[in-house]
Design a protein around this ligand. Structure first.
Ligand code: ADP
Ligand code: ZN
Ligand code: MG
Length: 483
């Protein structure tokens, strides 16, 4: 029997603020490895009796509003905080401050492209909340780290619009790009800056009512998400085909064994005994605040991707590489503004040379704005090659020299004597190469064109790669034929 899969995601994103949501503690542990446990904590975020939350971190609200505005979510002029009560070792207060009744924003959508097809997934709502701490069992001891307690989160909840694990993966990939483009989160899944819960159900056909869903908790990599959802779809199909029913449970994904662990039946909403947080006033968000938070909203990555494919005729897979990081795409566009040659050539250079230099552990920079080969320098280098001032073969070498010296392509060409040889000099070199290798010349003259490459290679070597290979070829043929 065939089934249709239905997936809805709840994604938690840590907002990139300096301090926590309701106290002044640093959020550093979310971005740096090796922060000792329980280093950035205070009585507020560890829930000492009688302490009160500070007024909300304004920057967190600003970042959440920026995100809401970018995905066209409608922001409520006023939203409230509630307590979600539950007991867990990493939740010292015994409740999490979240937004339940009146969340920050509702609706909105996220566009992405999967296998060349435009997709739009609607959002249900978006709310602010505080992160709980972390706990783990090690050597039979339960360890608790409260550094994360109170780190600001925004949670976005999608409609049950996704239809496969790969669609869910593409959605999260796009969402991660968006938060990074907007600068609202680092979006580093390994560090836990972005985690998602996947709600999964199946039904015989798309005209049937939705099936009972299960919830896979806390997936912190896109591959885990895909594996876990596929595993769960198979499990549900097995259960239904065996005449069973799906129970509404939560599942923890174990990536070691690639299996889900079915846990407790899900709490119902009543179990959390939500009520208004009495120590916080509502968050009032004015039009002016929204306008400020939304200043300079960038073109979103999916739009950029579509534009590159349509306008620049860049292949979809190359275009994805270019748009993945906003800084790289911005760099590419700066090159295009200055460079007078073909877009494809600029794209290839950014993908091959620029990205390789960025990813090379030998290089001390890891951001494109630290790369000595600025957009201006790359455009200059490409223009010099196109104009034949230097040979194409020398391009990568000069690129590397710019990285080493920080000098401009023109300076390097002058100082290193990399201009191509004058034609007279080139002819002299060619004649010498021909004279030195009479055997190869004989074979060429007998009609064996392939040996020509050996002679060209010799000339290029003599000129230290400065000569234009095409020109060498023409001159060689001319001189050899005239012998
Ligand atoms: P709950 O109250 O159990 O948390 P919600 O209605 O708040 O459920 O939805 C939580 C998430 O589950 C949302 O992303 C929603 O789109 C998704 N979802 C709801 N019903 C289903 C279903 N039958 N199958 C798959 N996902 C679903
Ligand atoms: Zn604190
Ligand atoms: Mg819910």
């Amino acid at each position: 029997m065939n089934y249709e899969t239905v997936i809805g995601l709840e994604i938690h994103v840590q907002l990139k603020t300096q301090s926590k949501l309701f106290c002044g503690c640093s959020t550093r542990s979310a971005y740096e490895r090796d922060v000792p446990p329980n280093r950035h904590i205070c009585p507020i975020c560890t829930g000492h009796p009688g302490v009160l939350p500070r007024p909300i971190n304004r920057k967190a609200v600003e970042l959440a509003v920026r995100l809401a505005s970018a995905v066209r979510s409608s922001i409520h002029p006023e939203s409230d905080f509630d307590r979600k009560n539950y007991f867990y070792a990493d939740l010292p207060k015994g409740y999490q401050i979240t937004q339940h009744g009146k969340p920050l924003a509702e609706g909105g959508f996220i566009d992405f492209i999967l296998d060349g097809i435009d997709q739009r997934i609607d959002l249900n709502h978006m709310h602010l909340e505080e992160d709980p701490g972390k706990s783990k069992i090690e050597g039979g001891v339960w360890l608790v780290d409260m550094n994360r307690c109170g780190v600001p989160l925004v949670e976005i909840v999608t409609q049950p619009d996704l239809r496969s694990a790969s669609e869910a993966a593409a959605f999260v990939t796009e969402f991660r790009r968006i938060v990074r483009y907007l600068g609202v989160s680092e979006g580093n899944m390994e560090m836990g800056n972005l985690r998602c819960d996947a709600n999964v159900s199946i039904r015989p056909s798309s005209s049937d009512p939705l099936g009972v869903k299960t919830e896979i908790k806390n997936l912190n990599s896109i591959r885990f998400l895909e594996d876990a959802v596929n595993w769960e779809i198979k499990r549900q199909i097995r259960v239904l085909n065996a005449g069973g029913v799906i129970k509404q449970i939560t599942i923890a994904w174990d990536d070691q064994v690639k299996e889900g662990q079915l846990s407790r039946e899900k709490e119902s909403e009543a179990d959390y005994r939500y009520f208004r947080e009495p120590n916080l006033i509502p968050v009032a968000i004015s039009e002016a605040f929204i306008a400020d938070a939304s200043i300079d909203l960038p073109e979103l990555p999916a739009r950029r991707l579509r534009r590159y494919i349509r306008e620049h005729e860049i292949s979809p897979s190359d275009a994805v590489t270019l748009i993945d990081e906003r800084s790289v795409a911005d760099y590419f566009e700066s090159v295009l503004m200055i460079y007078s040659g073909a877009t494809k050539r600029a794209a290839d250079w950014v993908r091959n040379h620029v990205l390789r230099a960025l990813n090379d552990p030998e290089n001390a920079f890891n951001q494109i704005n630290e790369l000595p080969v600025t957009a201006e320098y790359l455009a200059e280098l490409l223009d010099l090659m196109d104009a034949g001032v230097i040979s194409d073969a020398l391009g990568p070498q000069i690129f590397q020299k710019i990285i080493e010296t920080g000098r401009s392509p023109k300076q390097i060409i002058e100082q290193e004597g990399l201009r191509p040889p004058e034609e007279d000099d080139l002819i002299q070199i060619i004649d010498q190469v021909l004279a030195d290798d009479p055997e190869t010349v004989r074979r060429y003259r007998e009609g064996n064109d392939k040996v020509l490459n050996r002679l060209i290679g010799q000339v290029m070597k003599q000129t230290r790669g400065r000569a234009d290979a095409q020109k060498v070829r023409c001159l060689l043929i001319e001189r050899a034929d005239a012998l």
